[in-house]
Design a protein around this ligand. Structure first.
Ligand code: GTP
Ligand code: IMP
Ligand code: MG
Length: 340
């Protein structure tokens, strides 16, 4: 029985999608449960030559024997969910996805209020997906829940019960967090943050698992950092510098150009501490060190890359167990059997 939680280490877009897909395809958990804020997320999954940008469906959907669950803490936009059911038809996603009846529902009104808000959309640079206004209505206890939406009737399941029962039966549960540590409402760069805490403890609560049941917290970092939207970014580089290094990126949900910066060791240390990280997954190593592209064995990494990995481990005290050297699942160095 293993209960793992995967979290983002910085401002989101750390490549969680690729890591989750790899881990779920490799470890084949019985349940893959989506935690986090809601459809403001954009997880990129490249599998069998196809590319998906997911906002609500767990990125582990490629493991077709798993139940895909959306926890009570996650905001559900039924339009987004049903579109993803359609886009992912060949993976039988609609047949195995269930939503906790206590999840709150995003409506047109929330999206209009998000995009129309000078404070959220213009100042903070929100994704406009309605999450901020919906979480605010939830706190005001005026929002509709999934159990009140007739179209969701066939998809309702007590996610917390299912997850705990599965763990009690000795089976594996993988909890997918979204966003990233520095976007946390509590620990991030307030007010330039999302509308909820985004650390492992909250992700556990999102799907109804108590802290004593969690075995592994996998903290995902990109080898450099990106940030979309406004707010402080101590290690930011100029757009020209990012371009000259080939580190230009665009957002999955909004298409906005991402701000780019150097790896931030102080942020990494705090993020590991508050998340209680037991492992680090390091992605896009090939984009920082092109000589490592598609490398599949640790011994083939360049000395410079190995030194960077050693420094992260020494500073955070957390082992780097997964190293991603390209978007394909094959481009992954998995050191878990050696290090854990
Ligand atoms: P979250 O927002 O954290 O969930 O991450 P994400 O999956 O959304 O990340 P993002 O949207 O930034 O997507 C990352 C992009 O980089 C996708 O196109 C991935 O396929 C790709 N990618 C992921 N890991 C690697 C890697 O190690 N190397 C390279 N070159 N690309 C990667
Ligand atoms: P909101 O969550 O849409 O209100 O956006 C608030 C801030 O969080 C903005 O700066 C967004 O760009 C950022 N944000 C929210 N979700 C994500 C994500 O999944 N990846 C990256 N940034 C995000
Ligand atoms: Mg993303």
């Amino acid at each position: 029985m293993t209960c793992s939680i995967l979290v983002g280490g910085a401002w989101g877009d750390e490549g969680k999608g690729k890591c989750i897909t790899y881990l779920c395809e490799h470890d084949k958990p019985d349940i893959i449960a989506r935690a986090g804020v809601g459809p403001n997320a954009g997880h990129s999954v490249e599998f069998n030559g196809e590319k998906y940008g997911l906002r609500l469906t767990p990125s582990g959907f490629v493991h077709t024997d798993a139940k895909l669950l959306i926890g009570a803490g996650v905001l559900v936009d039924p339009e987004v969910l049903f579109k993803e059911f359609e886009d992912l038809k060949k993976y039988n996603v609609s047949e195995r996805t269930f939503v906790d009846p206590r999840a709150a529902i995003i409506t047109d009104d929330h999206r209009v209020r998000d995009k129309g808000s000078e404070h959220l959309y213009k100042k903070i640079g929100s994704t406009g997906s309605g999450c901020g206004p919906a979480n605010s209505d939830r706190v005001m206890r005026s929002i509709k829940l999934a159990k009140d939406v007739p179209e969701l009737e066939d998809y309702l399941l007590d996610v917390s019960f299912a997850v705990n029962e599965t763990l009690d039966n000795g089976e594996d549960v993988f909890i997918e967090g979204s966003q990233g540590f520095a976007l946390s409402l509590y620990y991030g760069t307030y007010p330039f943050v999302t509308s909820k805490d985004t650390t492992a403890s909250t992700f556990a609560a999102d799907v109804g698992v108590g802290p004593t049941k969690v075995d592994e917290v996998i903290n995902v970092f990109k080898a450099y950092i990106t940030r979309v939207g406004e707010g402080p970014f101590p290690t930011e580089m100029s757009q020209d510098e990012a371009e000259s290094k080939g580190l230009e990126e665009y957002g999955v949900v909004t298409g906005r150009r991402r701000r780019v910066g150097y790896f931030d060791m102080e942020l990494a240390k705090e993020s590991c501490r508050i998340n209680g990280a037991t492992q680090i997954a390091l992605t896009c190593v090939d984009r920082l060190y092109p000589d490592c592209a598609r490398t599949q064995s640790y011994s083939d990494l360049s000395p410079e890359t190995k030194a960077f990995i050693n420094e992260i481990e020494a500073e955070t005290g957390v082992p780097v167990t997964i190293i991603s050297t390209g978007p394909d699942l094959k481009d992954t160095i998995d050191l878990r059997s050696e290090l854990l």
